[in-house]
Design a protein around this ligand. Sequence first.
Ligand code: ATP
Ligand code: MG
Length: 572
Amino acid sequence: MELTISPRDHGNLEDYDRTYSEFNWSSVEREFDWSNGGAYNVAAEAIDRHARNWRRNKIALYAVQARGEVRKFTFGDIAEMSSRFASGLERLGAVRGDRIFVFLDRTAELYISVLGITKMGGIAGPLFSALGPDAVKDRALDCGARFIVTSPYLYKRLEPIMDDLVDVERFIIVGGNDGLGENTISIEELMDSGNPNYQAVSMEPTDPYIIHYTSGSTGKPKGVLLGHKAMIQQLITCRYVVDLMEEDTYWCTADPGWVTGTSVGIFGPWFLGTTIVSYEGRFDARAWYSLIERFKVSVWFTAPTALRMLMRAGDEVVKGYDLSALRHICSAGEPLNPEVIRWGLDVLGRRIHDNWWQTETGAPCISNYRSMTIKPGSMGKPIPGMVAAVVDENGTELPPRQEGFLALRPGWPAMMVGIWRNTPKFKEYFEIPGWYISGDQAYKDEEGYIWFLGRVDDVIKTSGERLGPFEVESALIEHPAVAESGVIGKPDQLRGEIVKAFIILRPGFTPSERLKEEITVFVKTRLAYYAYPREIEFVDSLPKTRSGKIMRRVLKARELGQSPGDLTMLDE
Ligand code: ATP
Ligand code: MG
């Protein structure tokens, strides 16, 4: 497997340059039913449209339960069940614009309720089921959630904070509400009262259908609102970035509590009528490979953390599984280390397509496409229809290889329509006229490929140079002893900051001064003279968000003995 793919195997985006120069969004808009008088609603386009054509009996969802049992749902099934759910919600008193949380494990009911909520014009708030009671409370109070769909064990988790959830009127319980409080109703009862032929409500393009809280890597999570018009970009990125085709079976490992889990995990693939697999269980290398084998997964979307964990599990494990159906892998959410791409080619025999986006962008923005030569370490090029640039503080575009702020030309379809009750925060993104400023640092090369350096807050200033932690972390994991690492700048009298690396070793290696020395020398030969870690600390784990991202601000605060700020998203 190579970094360049033969033209006959280019997939949906045959010729990037041509499509980029000819592209216009209205051609995508014409694909939706609403352009022919149908309801303007993400649920109508993701589900109901297919239930009216030959896809009615096509599998929409294989919901794999934690122990491996499978529940199958056709597009017709999901259409009917989400209609029942939507109309049951209305009977309960829900109205357009209500915030309704879905706090569930990755079961079929999660998908059905998110679709049902959007169908009746509600704003779905999917919450990762690993969240603790305080994290749920913060979010419920922030946006005034009126209803929460949950399960008995998660309801019990919320009991200690129940009195604080002042806006929540009812809990809709999946799995029976016997013995639970009077503020509950079972999902069966709700759906039995609902109309299976309920029609999706037509919304305005900028009406929000979902509220996603960001990962909390840099501070307190923000409640990002995405509008129904995001569908336009979600459809096209699932076609061009994820490269989905009619016959694909697709698995996105991201939990629907995060934007990846809904934009390219539910809605995007369903706009295209693709069959998706969901898995309730947690990460486990064997379970994951066997899922790909069993469902003949042909496109797989995951994240760098998961790929690094698979690498750590060893190259022998994968040999026991037949992954021959798999065409390629996509990765987003964190920088993808070149070493991981090489491992993908060598051990999995597959290309990994890195793509960059944020909760706020609603869909992928910069990507490596199937037809494009991959440059390991680069996030790729902007999607057709979008302009991405590297600018200085005045908004002036910088020449190739000069580092600056990664910026986007505002107005792409999936751009957030607001941050819940926080207009000042929303406005901050647009402070440099003409641009949306992402908060990440990057540079472009001569061919227009974009390279990620780090978050603006994480950039290290050492010996008068600016350095992104990603570069150092990527060099470190090339060393055979290093499984994972987190790098920060530590204040230093002489150099401003020095590079400090926290390292998790691979199984079979033990910490020692000699190993530190060896790793230091290894990095020195690969990076600029100032970029090697002057301090190394071996650790058993790294602080990560619940969505799996390294929290460098926590490493730094601990190192400096300072307060780490909001920790509700720290995965312990
Ligand atoms: P918060 O905004 O709450 O601090 P967060 O930024 O991690 O958390 P998300 O919206 O989930 O929340 O993540 C977006 C960020 O993730 C991007 O700004 C970027 O820093 C990082 N990211 C996403 N995809 C990539 C990628 N392909 N390469 C490098 N970084 C990425
Ligand atoms: Mg962010």
